[in-house]
Structures are given as structure tokens and as C-alpha cells.
Design a binder for this molecule. Structure first.
Ligand SMILES: Cc1ncc(COP(=O)(O)O)c(C=O)c1O
Length: 402
């Protein structure tokens, strides 16, 4: 795969709009995705699943095709197991609120979760009285399966763990976790927002019960997510919001909910987002998830080579670049993370993220005020990384403590 051609598919890259290293937040979009979005608005900006005129029929068919693409992309059969959401957070909340957890039911997460897979459970602990247990990561922030096993017991109803960390980039052994959880009759939900963009995820093979993801991190439109659930799990799950589009029939006193996925998709949907989702998945397939994954690792290696002589750098997470899926977090002695991020932008238009990356408990428990995060993706190249590490050297030498 020629990644120079890939880079050229992205208008932001063609325009030379700086060095974008904030893809763990949101990825850039290729021409084909932008085209799918604008085509919807220009050619058939209508609703789906309701009106029967020709424009609306085109939208309805597009929605079906997008779901079919999701099913084949993630190695499953039934397109109705995919629910369109506005982001990964909404998918996690749908499961948290709809699963029917009761007082003293136990939910297991890990100590490195994003707030989106932490706060919903905290909320349920306060409201309903569920109990929470955390699998503890090791000193590098890597998942520790022994710690996870020690959290499991018969009162665990749900395990909800990230597939890849947004601070360390480390990948969690989801298949092992799922096998263990199922031995205890617990269901498994995976926060796949940082995994699905970077490597092949086979949901049938992983055998997880729910998987939530962010399409806007996968070259797809802003404000798009998808929640996958096994057929039997979605049958038992209550929708987060109800109303138009979610019912079979409603009388003044009674409502029959429609089956999944409709019962979870209340009101008019983000149709351009749904159509753009299909285009994004087709694009990732065309490049190849294995190629993307290898490219990510190469970019991480360039970063680790380039920071060898950056003075006073403290890396968060493993020092082995092959353990990182596109994410590199660090601090420079004597400097706040926001200051470093602003200096990188000022020096050479390098765009990184700074702060606690919505992973507050991880930073607070380790007494770290925050970090800088450079996250790379398929459109970045060696030159981007050299510009980043060169600017970082300047920042560290000029302003850091060493
Ligand atoms: C690990 C992880 N989980 C959840 C989220 C939330 O994703 P979204 O903004 O799509 O809800 C993010 C976003 O950065 C993330 O990195």
C-alpha cells in the first residue's frame, strides 16, 4: 500500500494545513466520505424509514446498505445488530441505562477507562446502588489479566472495558476477557472507540455482547457512532430514548416497541452521517486494516527514534512502540501540557491534544496533572513525525527543566 496516495485522498493534507496529530480525538476525512455527505444534501436530503417517495426511498436504502456494510466490516451476519448513535458515549450509556442493573449488581471496568466508560457506572452506583470493581493496570498502564480475574465473581453482571487505551494506546486482550466473563455468566461490553479505527475487529470471533465505537475517529462524519449488540442482548435492552420511529404501534394507553435496531433510533436520524459511515468503512477496507495497523506501528517507531535526545521527556505508557496503537502521551519536565501543545502549534503548526484526555481517574490516581498526546493515523507520514520531534526538541531545550 502506498501511503503517499492515501495521504493525498485527504483534502486537509493536500492543502498542507499543518501536522495533524490529534486523530484519537477525531480523524480527518477522505474525499469519498465528504462526497457521500454532500451528495446526500445536494441530491436527496430527505428522511429515511418513513416517507415512501423516491428521495426518501433512496435514503432508506442507503441506511440499509450502511448497516450491511457494518455487519460485513465487523465479521458478523445480522445488520440489525448495529444501532446508529451520535458517538461512542451514547452507545455506552444506552447499555448502562437499558441493561436493567439493580442494587448490588457488580460492574467491572478498568482503572484506565475514558470518562465515557466510567461516569455512566458512577452515576448508576449513586442512583441505583450498583457496585463497581476495577481491574488494575500495571505500572505502564497495561491491562493485567490477573487483576481482572480477581474482580470476577457470580454477582458480576457486566464487564465494560476499553479495547485500546486513549492515553497509552495499549490493546486489551478482549477475547480472553470475554471468555472469562462468560464463565461467570456476565455480559461484556467493549469501548472500541480507539481500536476499531486501527486494526481489524472481528466481533464474531471476539464474542463480545456489546461493542460501542466512534465513527468520527474512523474517517467518518462528525457526531456519528455505532453500538453493536448480539441479537438476544438487544432484545432485552431498553432504549435510552423513545418516541417516533421506535414503535410498532402506539395507542393512547399502550405501546409496542419495534424490534432492534429501530427501537433504539428515536426521531429523525443523522442521515448524512449514516451514509458517510458506509463511505468511511469502504475507505478503510480499501486501504486495508492490516496495512493501517502496520503503518501506525511504523509511525510510533519514528516517534520513539525521534525523541531519543529530547531533554526531560517523560513518556506515559510502554516504551515499546509496537505496543501502541497510534497514541503517544508524554510530558516535558518543568512544562504544563497545554503550554507544550500551544508551543508546538506556534513553532510549526503541530496539532496535538493536552490535558487529562477525559481519563481523569488515571491521572488523578497517579498524581499526574495531565499530558501531551500525539495521535497518528493513516494519513501521517515520516515527515510529520520529524517535524513534531524537531519542534519538541526545541521546546524542551528552550523552556524545559533539564
Ligand atoms: C477510549 C475512549 N472511549 C470513549 C470515547 C468517547 O468517544 P465519543 O466522543 O465518540 O463519545 C473516547 C473519545 O476520545 C475514547 O478515547
Amino acid at each position: 500500500m502506498d501511503f503517499n496516495i492515501v495521504r493525498n485522498d485527504f483534502p486537509t493534507m493536500r492543502k498542507g494545513n499543518g501536522v495533524y496529530l490529534d486523530s484519537a480525538c477525531q480523524s480527518l476525512r477522505p474525499d469519498s466520505v465528504i462526497r457521500a455527505i454532500t451528495e446526500y444534501y445536494e441530491d436527496y436530503p430527505s428522511c429515511g424509514g418513513r416517507s415512501v417517495h423516491s428521495m426518501a426511498t433512496q435514503v432508506s436504502m442507503g441506511i440499509d446498505e450502511s448497516r450491511e456494510k457494518l455487519a460485513s466490516f465487523f465479521g458478523t451476519k445480522n445488520p440489525d445488530c448495529y444501532i446508529f448513535t451520535k458517538n461512542c458515549t451514547e452507545g455506552i450509556n444506552t447499555v448502562a441505562r437499558g441493561f436493567g442493573l439493580k442494587k448490588d449488581d457488580v460492574v467491572v471496568t478498568s482503572d484506565t477507562e475514558h470518562n465515557s466508560n466510567h461516569v455512566p457506572w458512577l452515576f448508576l452506583a449513586n442512583k441505583v446502588g450498583i457496585k463497581r470493581r476495577y481491574s488494575r493496570s500495571d505500572a505502564n498502564g497495561e491491562f493485567d489479566i490477573e487483576s481482572f480475574k480477581s474482580c470476577m465473581s457470580k454477582d458480576v453482571k457486566l464487564v465494560s472495558i476499553q479495547h485500546t487505551g486513549n492515553v497509552t494506546g495499549c490493546v486489551t486482550p478482549v477475547k480472553d476477557i470475554t471468555e472469562i466473563a462468560h464463565e461467570y455468566d456476565a455480559r461484556v461490553m467493549i469501548d472500541g472507540s480507539q481500536a476499531a479505527p486501527h486494526f481489524e475487529v472481528d466481533l464474531k470471533d471476539l464474542d463480545v455482547d456489546f461493542y460501542s465505537m466512534s465513527i468520527h475517529k474512523m474517517c467518518g462524519p462528525s457526531g456519528m457512532g455505532v453500538l453493536y449488540g448480539k441479537e438476544e442482548c438487544l432484545k432485552d435492552l431498553e432504549p435510552l430514548i423513545v418516541g417516533g420511529g421506535t414503535v410498532g404501534l402506539a395507542t393512547y394507553d399502550h405501546v409496542d416497541l419495534a424490534p432492534a435496531p429501530e427501537k433504539f433510533e428515536a426521531g429523525l436520524q443523522n442521515y448524512s452521517g449514516i451514509l458517510g459511515t458506509k463511505a468511511a468503512l469502504e475507505y478503510l477496507e480499501k486501504v486495508g486494516l492490516d496495512n493501517i495497523s502496520a503503518h501506525d506501528k511504523e509511525l510510533m517507531r519514528y516517534i520513539f527514534d525521534g525523541i531519543q535526545d529530547v531533554k526531560g521527556i517523560k513518556v506515559i505508557g510502554p516504551s515499546d512502540p509496537s505496543k501502541r496503537s497510534g497514541v503517544f502521551s508524554f510530558n516535558i519536565n518543568g512544562l504544563g501540557s497545554h503550554d507544550v501543545a500551544m508551543m508546538l502549534d506556534n513553532i510549526d503548526n503541530i496539532m496535538v491534544r493536552s490535558g487529562m484526555h477525559c481519563t481523569h481517574p488515571f491521572y488523578v490516581s497517579r498524581k499526574i496533572e495531565g499530558s501531551v498526546r500525539a495521535s497518528a493515523y493513516l494519513y501521517n507520514n515520516e515527515e510529520d513525525i520529524t517535524r513534531f520531534t524537531t519542534a519538541l526538541k526545541k521546546v524542551a531545550e528552550t523552556f524545559g527543566d533539564h
